[in-house]
Design a protein around this ligand. Structure first.
Ligand code: GCU
Length: 597
């Protein structure tokens, strides 16, 4: 499930960043792609045509077009269109985008169009020719355009279709905003004719240095590859095989500094071939489990975390996760909450997010949106899930911060779902045996004479390294907050258990004078105090990521006083105002930190 082009560390390469103003054209019925009977679209609607409509109309008064990608309105990209205009708030369908760019093609240089993400399906054309198509809203993709680009002015046209069909991952109903569009940076990438497409280096469980380098191009075989780790005396030299692949297995440098949240040391690593150099910044650490413990560099670690959607602080977020936006949210976790861990929910976040987590020393859970129910019986959907996981793994396997790949969230236990996820877990293990596999599971509850008893009875657990469970006693259902501390949890001791979600809504600024009521800050704070007392009674608990750091947009949440399209389970409001529960969580992690050392 390796992508055709990985283009490791794309931002470090020779690129043209296509961020900025793009002309856009709405196409609700996809008339620019297919005509009414599924025929090829009428040429007067083909937005991707390599023409200037105004010039054509001046040349021939009988010409007839029903689009114009030069004189149309523009939109700032990357961005989600839902937040740009009120009429696009809930727009589900195709919007076309076009951008012109100048280049000077050079001999022995290849060109690619690379998107960090587009949600949900992208049809890409360059100078009127189809470059490729991709589905999946949160992972990178690239198409080679070496033979399509020309000297001088070029144009790229993309149809982004935000509609989620029966084979989509996630399905069409989620508890977050759709956010359609070119939501992360698009670039033209230039490489030598034979280039380093994919390169990784990491520590294995025995402290050995292992990795792989793959060249792409007609001179990929039998090439020497040098790998330098700055600040060490280590020089690695390997040679590619007939497929352009070179494997690395060698002793680690002397006195190698391990990466950890307390000391997130990153090494500058340079991969060199005869015609290409690729620079990376890599933290070296090991992660594994031992019984119910999670071991980071062979030491038990408690995952003191929080869940996060990919949504910046502000009244009208548009998934415009700039470096400043990410650092602000991550510092709320690391400095604000005294945390060391974030569950990046419910889909792969940006490459920049995992790079910043590397720098700040934050452990990450990264997941693909196999969320609630998708078509578990469909082979194509399983292959889509594997491809999506591959796009995530091959993009981020140099990131020390990522310790967990998650394959699902709250998927109902059933035979087809079990087979689908067991198959997916095997595929993830094959692609990256170095990290832990998990999924956010549902628990089983029994009301017995002893009280409320919770257990984890899910056939999927045998495929997982970490058992993660979402639990909302005291928010959903009839349990009272006073019941929570007495809940009896049955957890296995042969594998770590973490609480991947628990939470309650509160609207910042809404206060209960008397008894706390739901949506008041006091209720949410008391919910947290009582749930943390319950958590302290769970034997072998190895971590938690309460739901959620920040209030986020969700079309499922429409209480006209407290919600209005926002899920209010954040510890901070959408504008970053901390609620009382924030301090409860920060205090709890601070206490845990002091007892851990
Ligand atoms: C679910 C789900 C989240 C959702 C949350 C909630 O567990 O995983 O995506 O937002 O609960 O109900 O707020």
């Amino acid at each position: 499930m390796r992508p055709e082009f990985v283009l490791t560390h794309v931002a470090s390469r020779d690129t043209i960043d296509l961020s900025g103003e793009w002309v856009y054209s709405k196409d609700l019925y996809r008339t620019g792609l297919t005509d009414i009977n599924g025929w090829v679209a009428k040429s007067r609607m083909q937005r991707y045509r390599d023409i200037n409509v105004e010039a054509e109309e001046k040349k021939d008064p009988n010409s007839f077009y029903e689009f114009d990608m030069q004189r149309g309105p523009t939109m700032e990209i990357p961005n989600a269109w839902n937040s740009v205009l009120p009429e696009l708030r809930y727009y589900v369908g195709v919007i076309w985008f076009q951008k012109e760019f100048d280049i000077k093609p050079q001999k022995d240089r290849r060109a690619f169009i690379h998107f960090e993400a587009a949600n949900y399906r992208a049809h890409v054309f360059v100078n009127g020719q189809k470059a490729g198509e991709h589905s999946g809203g949160f992972t990178p993709f690239a198409f080679e355009i070496t033979d399509i680009i020309r000297k001088g002015k070029n144009q790229i046209t993309v149809a982004v279709d935000s509609f989620h069909d029966a084979e989509s991952i996630p399905g069409s109903i989620t508890d977050w905003d759709l956010y359609g569009g070119i939501t992360r940076t698009p670039r033209i990438v230039f490489t030598p004719s034979t280039f380093i497409d994919d390169a990784y280096l990491q520590l294995d469980q025995n402290g050995k240095m292992i990795g792989e380098v793959r060249l792409n191009g007609d001179k990929k075989s039998n090439q020497r590859i040098e790998v330098e780790i700055a600040g060490t005396n280590k020089k690695i030299s390997v040679t590619t095989d007939a497929h352009g692949k070179a494997s690395i297995a060698t002793d680690a440098p002397d006195n190698l500094k391990r990466w950890s949240p307390e000391d997130p040391h990153l090494y500058k690593v340079r991969f060199k071939s005869r015609t290409d150099n690729l620079d990376e910044k890599i933290g070296f650490r090991t992660i594994k489990t031992r019984g119910h413990e999670i071991l980071l560099n062979d030491k038990p670690v408690f995952l003191a975390g929080i869940s996060m959607h990919e949504e910046e602080i502000g009244e009208n977020p548009s998934r415009n996760m700039t470096e400043a936006a990410i650092r602000k949210l991550f510092s709320e976790v690391k400095q604000g909450l005294n945390g060391n861990y974030i569950r990046l929910s419910h889909y792969p976040h940006s490459e920049l997010a995992s790079r910043i987590a590397d720098e700040m020393g934050i452990l990450l859970w990264s997941e693909i949106p196999v969320y609630w129910s998708i078509d578990f019986l469909n082979e194509r959907v399983l292959n889509n899930a594997k491809r999506m996981m591959g796009e995530n793994i091959y993009r981020d396997r140099n990131r020390a911060s990522i310790i967990i790949w998650s394959i699902a969230n709250e998927t109902p236990v059933a035979d087809d779902r079990n087979l689908f996820l067991q198959n997916l877990a095997r595929s993830v293990r094959n692609m990256d045996p170095s990290r832990l596999i998990s999924a956010a599971l549902l628990v089983e509850r029994k009301d017995t004479e002893k009280g409320i008893e919770i257990s984890i009875n899910d056939p999927l657990t045998n495929s997982l390294d970490i058992l993660a469970v979402n639990t909302y006693n005291g928010w959903y259902g009839d349990d009272k907050l006073d019941d929570l501390a007495g809940i009896i949890w049955h957890t296995p001791d042969n594998r770590p258990v973490i609480l991947s979600e628990f939470g309650a809504d509160a609207m910042a600024g809404v206060h209960a004078e008397g008894a706390p009521f739901k949506f008041s800050e006091e209720y949410q704070a008391e919910y947290y105090r009582q749930t943390l007392r319950m958590a302290d009674n769970i034997a072998n608990l190895s971590g938690m990521s309460p739901w959620i750091l920040k209030d986020f947009r969700s079309p499922r949440r429409e209480h006209p006083v407290y919600q209005n399209g926002w899920n209010r389970k954040g510890l901070i409001s959408e504008t970053g105002v901390r609620k009382q529960s924030f301090d409860v969580m920060a205090e709890y992690y601070k206490k845990r930190q002091s007892t851990q050392h």
